[in-house]
Design a protein around this ligand. Structure first.
Ligand code: 4NP
Length: 159
């Protein structure tokens, strides 16, 4: 199973989702069965690490994002990943616009997995510290929901 988190710059929201969801998988003993990655729609920050405010906020919750490097959404991602999860509606529109016909991946908003309808993870880039805490709170909630779904699917295809 492969999960790709997508935001605009791949330096704030989607790296946070990658780190948080990977920790959920580790806690559940499923890290070896699910591959996790993140990327951005824009090319601006390709090759850079996450925003220092993102890294600091995640570290406060015991999550190390320092090794992550930004990359841009690529054509291969549509055949490689089972889930492409957008942080906001603009990301979702951009993913769908690049999606090849017949692509079988689940493409949707990440916060659907927290039980929200149509709710984005707000972009914290131009705001204050509180925005980064909110990203973590929302991403933690959605990660638990996603983990439940994936654990159920893996249970159904035990190898
Ligand atoms: P992200 O946040 O999409 O969560 O990584 C942003 C990062 C950078 C910019 C915008 C959003 N930017 O305009 O450079």
């Amino acid at each position: 199973m492969r999960v790709l988190f997508v935001c605009l710059g791949n330096i704030c929201r989607s790296p946070t989702a990658e780190g948080v969801f990977r920790r959920e998988l580790e806690k559940a003993g499923l890290a070896h069965r699910v591959e996790v990655d993140s990327c951005g729609i824009a090319h601006w920050h390709v090759g850079k690490g996450p925003d220092p405010r993102t890294t600091a906020a995640a570290r406060q919750r015991g999550i190390d994002l320092s090794e992550l490097r930004a990359r841009q959404l690529a054509a291969e991602d549509f055949s490689r990943f089972d889930y492409l999860l957008a942080m906001d509606h603009d990301n979702l529109v951009a993913i769908r616009a690049q999606c090849p016909e017949g692509c079988g991946a689940h493409i949707g908003l990440f916060l659907d997995f927290a039980g929200y309808v149509d709710r984005p993870v707000p972009d914290p880039y131009f705001g204050g510290e509180q925005g980064f805490e909110e990203v973590l709170d929302l991403v933690e909630a959605a990660s638990r929901g996603l983990l439940e779904e994936i654990a159920r699917r893996l249970e159904g295809q035990r190898v």
